[in-house]
Design a protein around this ligand. Structure first.
Ligand code: ACO
Length: 325
């Protein structure tokens, strides 16, 4: 007998404000809709309104995930929230979600691994469940990345958007084989030597500023293609599975060209890949759970199918998870 973490429900929230590529141009960004779509696949992004905080997005996604899971907040043992754009330097954004949900027991904390954040959070939560320390956990990826943009830097400001995605994990008993429902394994990596390829030029412990995103896009792109292929092989090998066993790819939505390169490596047709970058842009830690929620809402995933989640972000950090739906 093995403990497994099963996804009981997904939720999402996207701010009502939508900015198309042409809207950015109208704001004075020296770009074109054609360049952005051709180089990235992005058509539009959602942007939090002035009064919307990361916690507001997270709370909305969390409520939907709880509803879809059919459980109430008082059944939760904890919340693990991935974000790079917390409401405040401290306390954790997760505790605001905890309070808003009316959850008066258990724990709530944030993890920060930028675009890889959700897989890091999922991995931490999975470990609480498989070691028997929790039965129900809420895992959230929530971001207001548009607050970290330099609108004079066209190489980064066109790439990001705001949103939140959430899943409720529940403990289930499995047989310990890859036929089990739930998370089969998670695989996390980082290489701090590449921290200066993607960073913000500010922070509470350095200059006291929030900073804006700085990125060596071409270098990050090269790392992404190589590292993602490695971690996907690692996940498949760990479970003695082949790429032909994968039913769905739920990738981080940073660049459609990276997503399609990965689909080709896996010999997966594009209709087996959840692609939301056109509508959401890169929402960092929210990207994978938003894509997952999108797939679930469209009833794409069937019981027993194998889902591969993968992500790459600043750090550089990257990871993958295999989930039997
Ligand atoms: N509009 C118009 N032209 C532009 C824009 C723009 N928004 N941005 C750049 N250009 C120009 C450049 O100035 C350059 O012009 P030049 O040839 O005259 O110098 C030309 O377009 C090509 O620029 P590149 O930077 O070489 O474009 P590239 O094809 O590499 O695409 C991109 C850039 C989209 C950033 C790509 O490199 C990428 O997606 N990188 C990976 C991003 C990623 O995966 N990030 C990880 C997650 S993010 C996180 O963790 C926060």
């Amino acid at each position: 007998m093995t403990q497994r973490s099963v996804i009981l429900g997904c939720g999402h929230y996207l701010p009502r404000n939508v900015w198309t590529n042409d809207d950015l141009r109208a704001r004075g960004v020296d770009t074109t809709d054609e360049w952005i779509q051709q180089r990235t696949g992005i058509k539009q992004r959602h942007a939090a309104t002035e009064n919307e905080k990361t916690s507001d997005l997270a709370i909305a996604a969390a409520r939907m995930a709880l509803h879809n899971a059919g459980i109430t907040a008082d059944q939760l043992d904890g919340i693990v929230l991935a974000t790079t754009t917390p409401d405040c330097t401290f306390p954790a954004t997760a505790v605001k979600v905890q309070a808003a949900l009316g959850m008066t027991r258990g724990f709530a904390f944030d993890v920060q691994s930028v675009c890889s954040g959700f897989l890091y959070a999922l991995s931490v939560a999975n470990n609480f469940i498989i070691t028997g320390q929790a039965k129900h956990l809420l895992v959230i990826g929530a971001e207001t990345l548009t607050r970290l943009l330099n609108w004079h830097d066209r190489t980064t400001c066109v790439l990001f958007g705001d949103g939140a995605g959430a899943v409720v994990l529940g403990a289930a008993t499995g047989t310990g084989t890859v036929a089990d429902r739930g998370i089969l394994s998670t695989h996390l990596h980082s290489d701090g030597r590449t921290h200066d390829l993607l960073y913000t030029n500010g922070g509470p412990g350095s200059n006291g500023q929030v900073g804006t995103i700085q990125m060596e896009g071409k270098e990050v792109f090269k790392h992404a293609v190589t590292r993602l292929a490695e971690v996907v092989d690692e996940a498949l090998n760990a479970n003695h599975l082949n790429k032909s066993d994968i039913d769905w790819l739920i990738p981080h939505q940073a660049n459609e060209r990276i997503i399609l390169a990965m689909a080709e490596k896996l010999s997966l047709p594009t209709d087996r890949v959840i692609i939301t970058i056109g509508e959401h842009a890169n929402t960092s830690a929210a990207s994978v759970p938003l894509a997952l929620a999108h797939g679930q809402q469209k009833n794409k995933f069937k019981p027993g199918q194998l889902l591969l989640l993968e992500t790459m972000g600043a750090g550089l950090s990257w990871g993958a998870a295999l989930i039997r739906w």
